[in-house]
Each structure stands twice: as C-alpha cells, then as structure tokens.
Design a protein around this ligand. Structure first.
Ligand SMILES: Cc1cc2nc3c(=O)[nH]c(=O)nc-3n(C[C@H](O)[C@H](O)[C@H](O)COP(=O)(O)OP(=O)(O)OC[C@H]3O[C@@H](n4cnc5c(N)ncnc54)[C@H](O)[C@@H]3O)c2cc1C
Length: 546
C-alpha cells in the first residue's frame, strides 16, 4: 500500500511498484491517511494480507507517522517505510522509535532499480519470513463465556463452515472489531469471507452469508425429507440418486446427533472410526451431487394432507408440497433441571456441544453428566486436553448403559474419573460456570466442587408435538409405523386405504418415518441410514400405486 497526498507522486510510486511487483502482489494506492486506513480496514475484514505500507511524511490531517501508527493497530505485521524529502529526515529518524519504522526513503527515488526496489525487496523478505498466514474464512469475534458466541461457533462447525475464532479481549480480536467499527459491546461479531460484518446474527442470516441455501427453489417436489441427520441424509441420497425431485429441510445444521459425535466406531466400512462431522460432510456432498436440495435453518412446524399432496409449513408461514414426506426428525437432548443450570447454559454448561468447546477446555476441570456412549465418547475426546474429566452417573456403574469398548477406553485415559451414584443438584457462577454441588445418592451427602465446564448427555426425546393431530405417536412422542399401527390386527382408525401401512409408513399414507424418531427404532447411525434408504424404496412403491 502506498499513501501520498500528491496525486502525481502517488501514481508514480504505484506505477514503479506495479512494474516490479505487480505480478505477485496487489498495489493499493491512497491519497490521504484516512482513505488508506479505510482501505486497510476493508482488507482486514476480507482477510487480505498487507505486506508493506509506504507513506509520505508530509500529508495534511494525518501525517505519515501518525498514519503508520494507526495502520499498525490494524496490520501490526506489515513492514513500514516513510517517504520523505531531504529536509524531513530528522522526523523520519524520530519515527523509527515511534512506529518502529523499517526504512525511510528520500524523494525522488529515481532510478527505482537502485533506490526503491532493493529496499522493498528487503521489506518483502522480512515480511515473508514472519508469520503471515491468510485468514480468508469466516471470522467470529466473541467472548468465551457468551452463550450466543458459542451458539454461533457451534452452528458454523455443525454446518462444516470453516471459521476462525478470535476472543474479543485478544489483540487480533480487538483489531478486527476496530476494522468493523464495533466497540465489542454486542458480541459475537461475524465477518463473512466477503468482508460483510454481522453483529449478533440469527442463524438464517448467518446461513445465507456463508453460502448455505435457506429457500426452496420450487413449491412442489416428489419427496420432502424433514431432518438432516443420518436418516434424512440417507433418504436424500437415495431419493435424489433414484431420480426423485428431493428437498431436505433441516432446522439447524445437517448431521443431527451423529454430527456431534467425535468418533463413531461401529459404522460399517470405517474400521478406524469416523467423526460425525466427516460422515456428515461426505453425506451432504453426496446428496448435493445427486441433485437433492438441502435447506438449513428452516424449521417445519406443520404437516397437512391436501388430497394426494402432502404440505409442510415452515415457521415463517410459508409452505411447500410433495407427493411424499419422510419424517426423520430424530430426537433432541433432554435438559438438566437443577437450579442455576438454565442461566449458565452456553456459559460453561453445554448440551452435546463437546466438540466445538474442546479447545477451550484445555487445562480445565470438566464434568460430564450421563452414562451412555455419547457421554463416554465426549469424555475420551475431552480427556486429551482437559486437566481432569469427571463422568457423573446416577447408576452404580457404567456397564448397563455404555458399550464395553468405550468403558475400556475411558479406563485407559488417566485424566478421566467416574463418579457413580452421583447427581448435580446445583450450579454456581455469575458470568459463567464456576462450581457444582453434587449429591451422593447412597449417603445423601453433598459436596461443592470447582468446575468450569459441564457437558450433559442425559438422553433425548423426540420433538413431535407439532405432529400430534396428524400422525399416531406412542406415549413418549415417537411416531408409530407399519405393523406397530395395527390394533389387534386391525387397520388404524382413519386409515383410508385397503392395504395396511407399509413397514415405515405412518398413519398417514405417503408419510414415512426413518431413524430415531420412529417408535421402536434402534437408535444407531447405521439403522438410521438404512431406514432412510428403505423409506425411499417404500416411497417408490407408494408412488407406483398413486
Ligand atoms: C454424541 C453422540 C454420539 C453418538 N455415537 C454413536 C455411535 O458411535 N454409533 C451409533 O451407531 N450411534 C451413535 N449415536 C446415535 C446416533 O447419532 C443416532 O442414532 C442418529 O444420529 C439418529 O439419526 P436420525 O437422522 O434419526 O436423527 P438425528 O441425528 O437426531 O437428526 C434429526 C435431525 O432433524 C432435525 N429436525 C428435528 N425437528 C425438525 C423440524 N421440525 N424441522 C426441521 N428439522 C428438524 C434436527 O435438527 C436434526 O438435525 C450417537 C449420538 C450422540 C448424541
């Protein structure tokens, strides 16, 4: 970047620089300190790198030294040179201390081969040998204990959008906030790859800025899949690959529960395990390759039967229809109810977000509530970096709830301890979690411990109340299908066809169910994917007879 208030000089410097460096570098020219600072802020937001800044000393408003001092706040790593007239060399020498000036150049710089290029070569060489990695991805500037900041991180991570996290109280975080003209009072601030600044954005806002589709391309499909977990992704891959016009609608991020798993070890074809994020990324690409539309951040709140069409309604009132629907809405985490926990959720208390918070847990004392495989996986994952990980279970042992191979892994990580017959009765902390009161159910004794992080994996329930007047469910809200709908061998009340419901068909013909939301399902990734594929086969059978 070169800054000079005399347009002729400014153009001449830029021309000489372009001649020599134009192939490998972009030369940005400004005619005032303020204009140059604006340009630097824009570049910072876009994640561009600035190697060298050359400023004229004598400029109105901001002189070269004042400008360089402010430019340093934005790009501390850029090398700095001052362009001076002979009479100003005194000021230039003083500037070496003020702005840590690398060089000062005397005007005129002719011939550049002798007076300009050797200096710029050296500045570039110094810059290249320093740490100057580009950050073109989405940037989040937030606070470690801000619930909204951690939700935004979680959202981007689960949608496999690469991002870099900056704490608002670290120097680079402050620099980015200043470039975005933000005072840091409202966090998080998200900077999209194109430099757009979003302050405390909603998920749909974020989704559209980072390139995730949120709106359907048409209003009628062959198949609508609701839910983007393994069952929904499986259905979308098979539906689209077999020629059905397929749209998948996901409330938050694709991957569902499996997307939160650090290591799935029992899924066929992955003898060394696969992370939920990897599996989701591949499935998503595969579904898109076959032409399935994937909408994120769209919650479905209604299902209606309109003759042979099945219509789904979104939370904003809009709707789309299809010949068939596959419900693959899975289950959602249950929340702990002890006093203090609700207020501290997202501020040290997390439900299933152990993966995105893992780096922050380094060297900390972490508690995990739950005795199932999900809790075991999280403990093993967090146990690599945390100072201590304590698994709290109400039962007297893990054997009934956790797979044998995971219990062995838990036992082999020295940082992990298991406290059986224990429950959390209170959480303490003002800004963030600081302590937990635990109760031993055998003795009734309570004890308060220091704790910065608590991750809860205490089972899950299907969120199907929006379907209660449409399809038949069991007492826990899981959706009944196929043979489970028959009452003493008779067809369910209101069933309009002569044939009985197909195996994964709900009490509404043409509405199928796959994965964890289905009553009596296996609650495994493989079975969810399998049911997604099988539901598509039944969709074909249904369509043939339509
Ligand atoms: C941490 C963890 C580790 C696990 N590890 C393993 C393992 O190692 N092996 C194994 O086999 N299983 C494992 N499981 C279980 C496995 O992940 C689930 O059985 C599987 O994800 C179920 O898939 P699904 O598609 O039926 O539902 P889900 O994965 O629950 O996905 C449902 C999706 O539907 C979306 N949704 C819900 N309602 C709506 C709506 N109204 N509108 C739009 N979208 C909606 C949700 O946001 C969600 O993304 C694990 C689970 C967890 C939580």
């Amino acid at each position: 970047m070169t800054v000079d208030d005399d347009p002729d000089v400014s153009r001449a410097v830029a021309r000489d620089l372009r001649r020599r460096y134009g192939e490998d570098h972009r030369i940005v020219r400004a005619e005032s300190g303020e204009a140059a600072l604006d340009a630097l802020r824009q570049m910072k937001l876009r994640g561009d790198l600035v190697a060298v800044i050359m400023a004229d000393y004598r400029m109105p408003q901001l002189n070269g030294i004042e400008f360089l001092e402010r430019a340093m706040d934005i790009y501390p790593g850029a090398r700095r040179a001052l362009l001076t007239a002979y009479a100003d060399t005194g000021a230039a020498i003083d500037a070496i201390n003020v702005v840590d000036l690398d060089y000062y150049l005397l005007k005129p710089w002719d011939p550049p081969e002798e007076k300009l290029y050797p200096i710029v070569d050296q500045l570039l060489e110094t810059w290249l040998s320093s740490d100057h990695r580009p950050v073109p991805e989405t940037k989040i500037i937030g606070h470690r204990w801000s619930a909204r900041s951690s939700e935004v991180r979680e959202f981007l991570a689960r949608n496999q959008v690469p991002y870099r996290w900056y704490s608002a109280d670290e120097p680079e975080g402050r620099r980015l906030l200043e470039a975005a003209s933000q005072d840091g009072e409202t966090l998080p601030v998200v900077i999209a790859p194109d430099g757009t600044v979003l302050v405390e954005p909603s998920e749909p806002e974020l989704a559209s800025k980072v390139g995730l589709a949120t709106n359907p391309s048409t209003d009628f499909y062959d198949l609508i899949v609701i839910g983007g977990g393994p069952a929904g992704l499986g259905a979308a891959v098979y539906g689209a690959s077999e020629g059905l016009r397929t749209v998948l609608v996901e409330r938050t991020a694709t991957g569902g529960q499996a997307g939160q798993s650090s290591r799935i070890e029992n899924y066929l074809g992955f003898p060394d395990g696969v992370s939920g994020a990897q599996l989701t990324g591949r499935a998503r690409r595969q579904a898109a390759k076959f032409g399935a539309e994937i909408l994120t951040t769209r919650e479905v709140v209604g299902l209606e039967v309109n003759g042979s069409a099945r219509t789904i309604r979104f939370a904003d009132g809009s709707a789309i229809s299809a010949h068939t629907v596959i419900l693959a809405t899975g289950v959602a985490y249950r929340q702990l109810t002890a006093p203090g926990l609700a207020e501290l959720t997202g501020r040290g208390v997390y439900y299933g977000s152990a993966l995105t918070e893992a780096t922050s847990c380094a060297g900390q004392d972490v508690y995990i509530v739950g005795g199932a495989n999900s809790a075991g996986q999280a403990a093993v994952h967090l146990g690599k970096n945390a100072r201590s990980v304590t698994i709290l279970v109400r039962a007297p042992s893990l054997t009934k709830s956790m797979s044998h191979y995971l219990i062995e892994q838990v036992e082999n990580v020295p940082a992990i301890a298991v406290r059986t017959c224990t429950e959390v009765v209170e959480a303490h902390g003002t800004d963030h979690l600081e302590g937990l009161t635990l109760r031993d159910s055998t003795t009734g004794e309570t004890k308060t411990v220091d704790a910065q992080y608590l991750f809860a994996f205490i089972g899950a329930a299907p969120l199907t109340d929006w379907l209660k007047d449409v399809v038949m469910r069991d007492d826990h809200g899981f959706i009944l299908t196929g043979p489970d709908l028959l009452v003493e061998g008779s067809l369910p009340a209101g069933w309009p066809l002569d044939r009985p419901p197909y195996h994964l068909e709900s009490s509404v013909p043409g509405v199928f169910v796959a994965g964890d939301v289905r009553a009596e399902s296996a609650k495994r990734v493989a079975s969810a994917v399998g049911e997604g594929a099988m539901a598509v086969m039944l969709v074909h059978r249904y369509l043939e007879k339509l």
